[in-house]
Design a protein around this ligand. Structure first.
Ligand SMILES: Nc1ncnc2c1ncn2[C@@H]1O[C@H](COP(=O)(O)OP(=O)(O)OP(=O)(O)O)[C@@H](O)[C@H]1O
Length: 572
């Protein structure tokens, strides 16, 4: 369970700082451990350690966040020491790094991960904190322990743990159930990781995936999946009239990553083959407005309050309002939900009551009900167009012959906001009415564009923000999930962060973004700062009761999606 190398806990510090918004303060425990310096042996960030606590046979688990080689000779060495002497001391220190020297050690900065290891008989873990005993031996946990404690047995491999030479297996279904966030500076590999997770979801689950793609990246990154599984490539642009033109347009409108430029001809061939899966999304003109339950209730209310409505009719309008309210509660509908023919029954009932109560045929309640029915029926008008409703129906279709992967390309951001809002609302409403447990995941790339910190009616971000917030808050009970990715947390409505249980974090250069993550998810600042050292494709995975058996932040290198694409596409 333990490696041969051991250390000692020298210091326990509490570090307090202001929160990113300046409104409060937050504290982190920091543990400083001395380990022997062994030339050529590197300790890894993310390594797990165990130290004795105040309770017998109970060890506190720590994670290495940083380390520094130290030399006793350097501790007091500053500019007050004469120049020649300084030079001589440093020369000797330099020599000492290559041999055994009692004056060298490694200073390890670590922090508690919130678990103890109980060694009374079979080793057991407890989610708790017990103060450790300073001066005690610190043990390094070996690879087997790491695998058992950190990785999900029989989980899906998403990459390799940095420094452990271990595959990182996660519980992908559980991670998706509790929503996923991907946060990294532009160019760190967000789309690559997202695409690589999507191919694993398609392979290992029966989940459907809807990607909202404003950067027109995913049709290329998942081209083999578009070809090999039942899928849709949807855009608001006119569809070329034949597959050759469509393939030419596909190459013109999508950027090929440099690494796969040599596959240009194959990509064109595949684009030609997926022509039957392409659809143009019909979007009604902006001025066109659907009648929502909120509008309907307002209309009925204004009839009640209107001084020209005859008193004899007011109780019936009141009854109509009550019936609509009961109907909405039964069907779990909100004010923003769109009115459709499911309320015709209520309208018939009120009409019947009005007739039997002897109201005149010219009474305004009859005109009100018949205009409403005419309007609802006109909405049911069937078109051949592939519109949001048709797309939502396909997304919700549980049969094995229906598409599983939808890539919705929406390069116009403003337009994309209202489309995303309508699509999510339509899918959620239908799912509420025709409940099913077949899971669906929405992928929202560049999430700061859809759920910005500051929503404005003018740019329609209020619509997308409300819809996505609803999806994140209530989607799980309807088996609707989300993966959101962003490069700037400062621009994001951070209320949504609490809804995500699994995050993939890579380099975030702005301290505010890192501090916000540390605070929201309780990750130590020192560990968060290590994400600055990550290379492209390397990630810190943090999950709460979702992706991993225990809540341990783990650094890993993700599989390169482009390699997987290359292998698959060459075999087509
Ligand atoms: N796991 C990985 N292994 C190797 N290379 C990778 C990996 N992930 C990403 N890359 C490379 O890094 C580059 C940037 O990746 P990607 O486009 O996914 O970044 P991004 O964060 O989505 O950028 P942007 O915000 O600009 O869309 C690509 O050329 C990609 O091939």
């Amino acid at each position: 369970m333990f490696e041969d190398i051991k250390g000692r806990l020298r210091e326990v510090k509490i570090i307090t700082r202001q929160t990113a918004d300046g409104r409060g303060s937050i504290s982190f425990r920091s543990f400083i451990i001395e380990m022997p310096y062994i030339a050529g042996k590197i300790l890894n960030i993310g390594k797990l350690l165990a130290v004795k606590t105040m309770v017998e046979n109970s060890y506190l688990l720590l994670e290495v966040a940083d380390f520094l080689p130290m030399h006793y000779g350097m501790l007091e060495l500053d500019e007050t020491v004469p120049r020649d002497l300084r030079e001589e001391i440093m020369r000797r220190v330099e020599e000492s790094w290559n041999k055994e020297d009692d004056n060298t050690w490694i200073e390890v900065y670590s922090y508690p991960i919130g678990y103890t290891l109980e060694l009374n008989g079979e080793p057991k873990f407890r989610k708790t904190y017990v103060p450790p005993l300073v001066g005690s031996t610190v043990y390094v946990l070996d690879q087997d322990f790491f695998r058992n404690f950190v990785c999900k047995k029989d989980g899906v491999e998403i990459g390799k743990v940095i420094g452990e030479n271990l595959p990182l297996n996660i519980d992908l279904i559980k991670a998706i159930n509790y929503h996923i966030g991907i946060f990294a500076f532009t160019g760190s590999g967000k789309s690559n990781l997202t695409a690589s997770l999507i191919r694993r979801i398609l392979k290992t689950t029966d989940m459907k995936i809807v990607i909202i793609d404003i950067s027109m990246e995913y049709a290329i990154l998942l081209l083999d999946q578009l070809l090999n599984i039942n899928s849709r490539l949807v855009s608001t642009e006119r569809l070329p009239i034949n597959s050759e033109d469509a393939a030419r347009k596909f190459l013109r409108t999508h950027v090929l990553p440099e690494e796969i430029l040599d596959l240009k001809d194959t990509i064109k061939d595949v684009a030609n083959k997926i022509y039957p899966k392409m659809r143009q999304l019909y979007v009604p003109p902006q001025e066109f407005q659907y009648l929502t339950f909120g509008d309907l209730m307002e209309m009925v209310r204004s009839q009640i309050n209107d001084k020209y409505t005859a008193y004899a009719q007011k109780p019936l309008f009141g009854l109509l309002l009550r019936k609509i309210d009961i109907f909405m509660r039964e069907k779990k509908l909100g004010k923003d939900d769109i009115v459709d023919d499911s309320i015709i029954g209520i309208l018939d009932e009120i009409e019947e009551t009005a007739k039997t109560s002897g109201l005149k045929e010219t009474s305004s309640i009859f005109t009100f009900i018949s205009t409403l029915k005419a309007y609802i029926n006109s909405q049911e008008y069937e078109t051949e167009d592939y519109d949001i409703e048709k797309m939502a129906i396909e997304i919700l279709d549980g049969s094995s012959s229906s598409p599983r992967l939808f890539i919705l390309e929406l390069p116009n951001i403003e337009e994309s906001r209202s489309i995303v809002a309508s699509l999510i609302n339509e899918v959620m409403n239908r799912r509420k009415r025709f409940y099913s447990t077949s899971p669906i995941m929405f992928v929202i790339d560049e999430a700061q564009e859809f759920i910005p910190f500051d929503t404005r009616q003018k740019d329609r971000s209020e619509l997308s923000s409300n819809a996505i917030e609803k999806l994140l808050r209530h989607g799980r009970k309807y088996h609707l999930h989300a993966l959101i990715s962003t490069q700037r947390l400062a621009y994001l409505n951070t209320n949504v962060l609490q809804q995500l249980h699994t995050y993939f974090i890579s380099t975030l250069p702005r301290p505010y973004d890192r501090q916000l993550i540390s605070e929201t998810f309780g990750i130590n600042d020192v560990l968060m700062d290590r994400t600055l050292d990550l290379e492209i494709g390397q990630w810190l995975l943090v999950s709460f009761k979702a992706a991993l058996p225990h809540d341990v932040p783990v650094f890993f290198t993700a599989e390169n999606n482009l390699n997987e694409l290359r292998t698959n596409i060459k075999n087509t």
